[in-house]
Ligand binder design. Structure first.
Ligand SMILES: C[S@@+](CC[C@H](N)C(=O)[O-])C[C@H]1O[C@@H](n2cnc3c(N)ncnc32)[C@H](O)[C@@H]1O
Length: 390
């Protein structure tokens, strides 16, 4: 498993895996924590075995893919003697953390689902990690009893970041957490800086089950056409019937001559820079003139006009694994939306390629205290998340 991971990391665009993390991955027996799956599945590099479902089959807990676990452990930068809180349990990841912090360290893991925490406890004991503490409860409130933590690693998708997470970090502690930013998923490593969090240079695309409990947030999509076409993350009202008509009508194509690099970073750039932005989900080829090819199966950032016209990003191959970005315009004012989109893409093309800087400030922080180079501020009940580029 580790050899495959090391071989594939570049192909997958993963950051390099440190020798320390590779060593502990070789040491902890992963299959002990998922006895219900085959050895092959337990040691697959990009598979997250489901461990818990709701009555209607929705997965509420899975053992994260080892690819993601390795990446997050490196984002956390764990070292001997650290005190660590893991949010969302499975046992395996907590065992890896325990190996990384060593005998002088302390590991606590919390899960809201008692069946999940029970099995984590059982398998941790079986694998020889009796020192790892397993707590059942809602991680919205952290685990005050064993705070402060040098590191908090969140393995569930947070929509807002609860104040307890920052408060329970040591002064220079680090939080690694998956986030949703206007419909875009990123796993971000943050340093605590006083009352706020500042992202470290690397953050990555990951997919996690959503948080339950007090911090649960149902992301409401707008159904544009039954279950086939939906919009997520739209902040302004959308004329759904007009949008549906636009998407079924003819389209114009624009190819502004920009090469396509780092698609997931471009998602976040678009989410921050475009006004009237949303993520469009289209199931299969339901649109005759719609975005075809790989885009049809993946959510894509779009720019809307207020009459239901829309501009949709697409791409075409330039050969040698290179791609060019294009924009499809639908509806009477599609061309205006496309022009707005192209302005955002040109700005992307001009910028120096650096990653977004993400800062999370307590809600109620006045604008005057936020970074002056901010591009967008996302306000949620507990936090003001600032997106900026250096
Ligand atoms: C992806 S799984 C955890 C995987 C685990 N860390 C591993 O590496 O195998 C996410 C877990 O978060 C738990 N969870 C969801 N909401 C929670 C909350 N508010 N507090 C604590 N745990 C929560 C779920 O029950 C689920 O078991």
């Amino acid at each position: 498993m580790v050899d495959t991971l090391l071989r594939l990391q570049e192909e997958w665009g993963m950051p390099p895996i440190s020798a320390e993390v590779a060593d502990v991955l070789r040491k902890v027996p992963r299959h002990v924590f998922v006895p219900e799956v085959s050895l092959e599945d337990a040691y697959a590099t990009d598979y997250a075995p489901p461990v818990q479902r709701t009555g209607d089959g929705l997965i509420t807990s899975s053992m994260s893919a080892v690819r993601v676990q390795a990446m997050m452990l490196d984002q956390a930068g764990l070292g001997p003697g650290m005190r660590v809180l893991e949010i969302g349990s499975g046992g395996y990841n907590a065992a890896l953390i325990s190996e990384l912090v060593g005998v002088g360290g302390e590991v606590t893991t919390i899960d809201i689902d008692p069946e999940v925490s029970d099995r984590a406890r059982r398998y941790l004991d079986e694998a020889g990690y009796k020192d790892v503490r397993v707590v059942t409860g809602d991680a919205e409130y952290g685990v005050e009893a064993f705070a402060p933590y040098d590191r908090i690693i969140v393995t569930v998708r947070a929509w807002d970041l609860p104040p307890a997470w920052t408060a329970q970090l040591t002064d220079h502690g680090r939080l690694v957490t998956p986030m949703r930013l206007r419909g875009v998923s990123r796993t971000v490593g943050f340093d605590r800086v006083g009352d706020h969090l500042a992202s470290r240079p690397d953050h990555h695309l990951t997919v996690f089950v959503p948080m339950q409990g007090a911090g649960a947030h149902e992301e409401r999509g707008i159904a544009v056409q039954g279950d086939d076409i939906a919009l997520y993350g739209a902040e302004e009202p959308v004329d759904v019937a007009a949008l549906r008509n636009s998407l079924h009508g003819p389209r114009k194509e624009f190819w502004p001559g920009i090469e396509f690099t780092y698609p997931d970073r471009l998602h976040l750039w678009t989410a921050a820079h475009a006004d009237r932005y949303a993520m469009l989900h289209v199931a299969g080829d339901v649109l005759e003139h719609g975005p075809s090819g790989p885009l049809a199966r993946q959510p894509v950032p779009v720019v809307l006009a207020d009459d239901g016209s829309v501009a949709v990003r697409t791409k075409r191959s330039l050969g040698d694994g290179r791609f060019e970005i294009g924009v499809f315009a639908y509806g009477p004012r599609g061309q205006d939306a496309a022009q707005n989109y192209i302005d955002v893409l040109r700005a992307w093309d001009r910028h120096d390629g650096s990653m977004a800087r993400i800062e999370v400030w307590p809600s109620g922080t006045p604008d005057a205290d936020l970074p002056t180079n901010r591009v967008r501020v996302l306000d949620k009940p507990h936090t003001r998340t600032v997106l900026a580029w250096p």
